[in-house]
Design a protein around this ligand. Structure first.
Ligand SMILES: NC(=O)c1ccc[n+]([C@@H]2O[C@H](COP(=O)([O-])OP(=O)(O)OC[C@H]3O[C@@H](n4cnc5c(N)ncnc54)[C@H](O)[C@@H]3O)[C@@H](O)[C@H]2O)c1
Length: 263
């Protein structure tokens, strides 16, 4: 097992990518703290992990509230005695062109998707430094590497997460703490699946834009997070790994063969 005797905390793990990560970590031997706003989703994930003889606890927290971030890290260290792995993953986002975003939507997007990542990292570093051991993995996005029409606030937080990852990586590189990010492309988690039901033509266009011609699976991102969190990535820090079916490798130019990606 790749995470035997490790203690891991994953935010936003009551659904989607975080859920897949929590289950993967538990399968690999880690004791897992499932953190989510959504009590139902988080408790379901914990009982599914326990059903497969894994070790997991649910902790309800709104990571947009710094006091609750402190408390969730405190819960992991008091309940399991330490914290080895932090996966910052929860998100809130507001949509709209830059000129139409509201201050309230922008602020909440930053609170949950960027400030919370920094503050949880700060609290985790406090817990990890005495043992000179820790791995932090942040869920960024290909949307942190370029812009998407109508997702300006999301683009801003994810770009911030990429650079927060770099600086955390270099500042703690000699102190035993690594920090890396995963940049998923479009993944078939509940938000996108809901959109597919409501507006199938939009998600159809998304699939078409991905060289592999399909959405990613949450497990395909959890596999990357597992690698970055494990000692197999012992010389990897301040890095991001893109997992997007080839989306980010494309300039955006239409096919010059004139017959599309299948040609
Ligand atoms: N699905 C995609 O296409 C995609 C692509 C790139 C990046 N991502 C990133 O992956 C991460 C997970 O997204 P997902 O697609 O799995 O979404 P999801 O909605 O399935 O899961 C997100 C979870 O976060 C929880 N959450 C939201 N706000 C919270 C808060 N304030 N405090 C605690 N928990 C909170 C939700 O309750 C939910 O359970 C996000 O950072 C997202 O930006 C997703």
């Amino acid at each position: 097992m790749r995470l035997e005797n490790k203690v891991a905390l994953i935010t936003g793990s009551g659904s989607g990518i975080g859920e897949a990560t929590a289950k993967t970590f538990a399968r690999e031997g880690a004791a897992v703290v499932v953190v989510d706003l959504d009590e139902k989703g988080g408790s379901r994930v914990v009982s599914e992990i326990r059903g497969r003889s894994g070790t997991a606890e649910f902790y309800r927290a709104d990571v947009g509230n710094p006091r609750e971030v402190e408390a969730m890290i405190g819960f992991a260290t008091s309940h399991f005695g330490r914290l080895d792995i932090l996966h910052n993953n929860a998100v809130f986002t507001t949509a709209g062109h830059v000129g139409d975003l509201t201050l309230e939507g922008w602020q909440k997007t930053l609170d949950v998707g960027l400030t919370a990542y920094w503050y949880a990292t700060k609290c985790a570093i406090g817990a990890m430094l005495p043992r000179k051991y820790g791995a932090i993995v942040n869920t960024a996005s290909v949307s942190g590497l370029a812009g998407d029409y109508g997702l300006g606030a999301y683009n801003a937080i994810k770009a911030g997460v990429v650079n927060l990852t770099r600086v955390t990586g270099i500042e703690y590189a000699r102190k035993g703490i690594r920090c890396n990010a995963v940049c998923p492309g479009p993944i078939g988690t509940p938000p996108l699946l809901r959109m597919e039901k409501a507006r199938p033509e939009i998600v159809g266009r998304v699939r078409e834009a991905i060289p592999m011609g399909r959405l990613g699976e949450p497990q395909e991102i959890a596999n990357v997070v597992l690698f970055l969190a494990s000692d197999e990535a012992s010389f990897v820090t301040g890095a991001y790994v893109v997992a997007d079916g080839g989306l980010w490798a494309h300039t955006g130019m239409p096919s010059l063969s004139g017959t599309g990606p299948e040609w």
